[in-house]
Design a protein around this ligand. Structure first.
Ligand SMILES: [Zn+2]
Length: 267
């Protein structure tokens, strides 16, 4: 690491939990960010700023005026541009040392699994159940740790699924075939800063996971921004889960129902 890099990351390297060795781990890491909206913006910004060496940004959508209230990687001049292009430009300004790849289209399951297989972790910043279920299946199939966040109004949720542990529960164990918040912020609204809170927590989980530090794995964090209360619940694996249980048919896991019907990755 040269002097500029030592200075850039000095506040992290100073901490015994990180050190030069931990910073080097971050430099060698590859994270996938699904959705470059309200959650994906702070996720990608903090991962790039912290020195994660490689990011793959996935979002098929374009920047809209209604996004700017919370999707802080994009500006007014970016309206109409692909979100991944706008995000990439902002991140390059933040940290030119970060290698960024972009995917500006919906990903089908085999491609998503291939992408996961070449990454250290995947962060879900999408806002609809179909995308979340698809991302969960790809993460389970490739044993890629998944850090999931969701926001609506004043509420947020955060979960880390570390599939390197064969006994870890998955997103489907938690929510089944229903959506955790049951609605999207395009229908119900969201306070500007809430995705900033949850996305920053997702980035924090990602950095700790890459550094080999304790994470939220096995728990669900519930955030109520109105009463400003945080509480966590213990997650249990569903022994009958069709996605992650050992009894789940591996062929079905590779070709789950719904493959080919990839929902939009909006936020
Ligand atoms: Zn499961």
């Amino acid at each position: 690491m040269n002097d500029d890099l030592l200075l850039r990351y000095s506040r992290q390297i100073l901490m015994p939990e990180v050190g030069a060795e931990g910073q080097d781990r971050l430099t060698r890491a590859h994270a996938i960010v699904m959705g470059l909206g309200g959650l994906g913006s702070p996720i990608a910004a903090y991962l790039a700023a912290a020195g994660v060496g490689r990011l793959t940004l996935v979002d098929f959508d374009q920047v809209d005026l209604s996004n700017l209230q919370r999707q802080i990687l994009h500006g007014e001049a970016d309206i109409g541009r692909p979100k991944v292009d706008s995000a990439e430009e902002s991140l390059r300004r933040l940290n030119p040392g970060c290698r960024i790849a972009t995917v500006a289209r919906r990903l089908e399951q085999p491609e998503l699994e291939t992408l996961c297989a070449g990454a250290d972790l995947i962060l879900d910043g999408t806002d609809n159940f179909a995308s979340r279920a698809l991302i969960n299946r790809a993460a389970v199939a490739t044993r890629t740790p998944l850090i999931s966040g969701a926001v609506i109004r004043f509420e947020g949720q955060l979960a880390t699924f570390d599939f390197r542990d064969a006994a870890a529960p998955c997103y489907h164990c938690l929510y089944g075939d229903g959506e955790e918040l049951g609605e999207t912020c395009s229908e119900s609204g969201v306070l500007a800063s809430l995705p900033g809170v949850i996305g920053s927590l997702q980035a924090t989980e990602a950095l700790k996971l890459l550094l080999g530090l304790p994470t939220l794995a096995g728990q669900l964090l519930l955030v109520d921004g109105l009463s400003m209360s945080f509480r966590s619940l213990t997650l249990a694996r569903d022994a009958q889960c069709p996605v992650c249980s050992p009894a789940a048919d591996p062929n079905r896991r590779q070709n789950p129902p719904g493959t080919g019907v990839v929902a939009p990755l909006r936020n």
